[in-house]
Every structure is written in structure tokens, then in C-alpha cells.
Design a protein around this ligand. Structure first.
Ligand SMILES: [Ca+2]
Length: 198
């Protein structure tokens, strides 16, 4: 009897382990598509789940790593404390664009869906000029995939969606620019990427 119970317990543990592994990989068994999400994948490690936390004053080719703030659990730059990334929030600096970038783990196609909404404290528009969001699959303007300008009084939720064929190691940049000044530019921006190899 004791051996039977032991066997059943071990069988149950094996089943749970296998089920857990398949869920952790976040891979569809039928399509081979892997799903990445900026909020659930958020961490204090550059490159975890292929996400990078960057800033660039001008050219994306000159982007720099943000620095992890272990107390606030926030990515920041020492140049401008307003330039930051949190799990579901980004805020550009006055001169520094804020960038959440994703690196292709292999050759394949990335289909992304994103939801963006400005969250200004001051809802009457005074002192604010909106923001400019864009997605680039490389470091040149020719690699633009999608873009959206959000006005000062625009508090609607917007979708910025698209797809890009990427080579292994190629970056997909999700950039928020202050579009003039950075006043009240706190912005919710959640990104989901479905990546299919091949
Ligand atoms: Ca602005």
C-alpha cells in the first residue's frame, strides 16, 4: 500500500513538473510561436527574456543602457531622473528618448501589438505638448515600422501594431520621444510580441 501511494505521488509530481515547464516556455505547441510581454517579462536584468532598457539622445545607434534602481525597481538614467521605465510605464527625458528594446533570439517574424495611453497629472493641457512614439526594426530611419503622435489633450488608449522580419540578434526598438517638452509625459505602454522562428 505504501509503495502504491509513493508511486502515485511521484507520478503526480512528474506531471506537475512537465506541465510547469511547458507553461514557463510560453510557446505554442501547435504554431511554435513564442510570446513576450513587456510587463510580465519586466526585470532588473538587461537582456532577460530578450528585453533591454535603453535611452538615446539622438541616434539609436548611440543608445545607452539605463541603470537599475534597486530601491524603486525602476530603470533610470543618471543624466535625467525623469527618463525612466517601470513595468507598464515609460517617461522620456527632456533630451533623452526612452527605449524598450527587444532582441530577436533567432531569424524569424515578430508580430507586435501594443497599447499606449498618456497619463498626465494635469488634464487641462497647460504646459504639455503630447509625445511621439515610434517602432524601429534597426538603427536607421528607413527601418521605421510604426509611429504615432499623441496630442496634449489626447488621453485615449491607442494601439500601435505591426510586424517585422528580423535576423537573429536584430533589435526592435519601442521609442518614446517627448515631442518638445517632457512635462506630464508619463505614458502607459504595454507591448506583446509573438515571435515565430524561420
Ligand atoms: Ca511632451
Amino acid at each position: 500500500m505504501r509503495k502504491t501511494v509513493f508511486f502515485l505521488v511521484m507520478l503526480l509530481l512528474c506531471f506537475c513538473f512537465i506541465a510547469g515547464c511547458s507553461d514557463e516556455g510560453k510557446t505554442s505547441g501547435t504554431t511554435g510561436t513564442e510570446t513576450f510581454n513587456s510587463r510580465t517579462d519586466y526585470s532588473g536584468v538587461q537582456g532577460y527574456r530578450n528585453w533591454y532598457y535603453l535611452t538615446a539622445r539622438d541616434e539609436l545607434s548611440q543608445s545607452e543602457y539605463l541603470i537599475w534602481d534597486d530601491v524603486m525597481c525602476t530603470w533610470r538614467t543618471s543624466k535625467d531622473t525623469n527618463c525612466l521605465i517601470e513595468p507598464h510605464i515609460v517617461h522620456p527625458g527632456q533630451l533623452d528618448q526612452v527605449i524598450r528594446a527587444w532582441e530577436a533570439p533567432a531569424d524569424g517574424t515578430a508580430v507586435f501589438t501594443t497599447s499606449l495611453q498618456r497619463r498626465p497629472v494635469n488634464k487641462n493641457g497647460i504646459g504639455q505638448d503630447g509625445c511621439f512614439a515610434y517602432v524601429v526594426s534597426g538603427e536607421d530611419e528607413a527601418d521605421y515600422v510604426a509611429e504615432l503622435t499623441v496630442g496634449a489633450l489626447d488621453l485615449d488608449k491607442h494601439n500601435i501594431d505591426g510586424e517585422a522580419v528580423l535576423q537573429k540578434g536584430q533589435m526592435l526598438y519601442f521609442v518614446l520621444n517627448c515631442n518638445g517638452n517632457y512635462t506630464f509625459d508619463q505614458t502607459y505602454w504595454e507591448i506583446t510580441i509573438n515571435f515565430t522562428r524561420g
